[in-house]
Design a protein around this ligand. Sequence first.
Ligand SMILES: Nc1nc2c(ncn2[C@@H]2O[C@H](COP(=O)(O)OP(=O)(O)OP(=O)(O)O)[C@@H](O)[C@H]2O)c(=O)[nH]1
Ligand SMILES: [Mg+2]
Length: 170
Amino acid sequence: MILLVGSTSSGKTLFAKQLQEYVTKGSVLPESDILTTIPTVGTNMSTLQISRKDAVDIRELGGSMAPIWRKYYKNADSVVFLVDKSNPQQLSAASILLFDMLTDHLLTDVPFLVVWNKIDSRNCMSSGYIKNILDLDLIKNYASQKIDSVECSSVTGEGFGSIVTWLKQL
Ligand SMILES: Nc1nc2c(ncn2[C@@H]2O[C@H](COP(=O)(O)OP(=O)(O)OP(=O)(O)O)[C@@H](O)[C@H]2O)c(=O)[nH]1
Ligand SMILES: [Mg+2]
């Protein structure tokens, strides 16, 4: 089971939907066909057929459910952590949520993928700016987990190839 987490509106529901399109049809839905998402209350389950032989279960935990995310840690084989790269106000909170997970003993050996989402956005922050608040290179040095990171847009599908490659090597 992959846990898909991240602050409210970081894009988890759209990401999961577009990833499903990407693995089944080879491309994401065009922007004009993207329906509005509503904030996830509770969790959303989906199964991704990442290759002819392999399928992975993904459970999105709504951002507003963060206080009870921990209930799901014991079933996690890996964590995909989305950060909204266009939301400076949320970066500190995202950083704390990430630290909390990385220091939880239930997730000590679980691989993490940090996904910088919304790189299509006009307000996208530079990686240099982000590093002042959320220094992932530093975190990687101290964390017990294997942490990878990738940038993507759940609107255009940019970066989805690398994400599927990561899922396949799990
Ligand atoms: N421009 C842009 N908008 C995005 C992207 N991904 C998601 N969004 C938008 O961000 C908003 C929130 O997306 P959701 O997928 O509902 O966010 P969420 O993380 O599931 O939120 P919760 O369920 O409340 O935790 C929606 O308006 C999406 O269309 C992206 O890559 N680029
Ligand atoms: Mg959601």
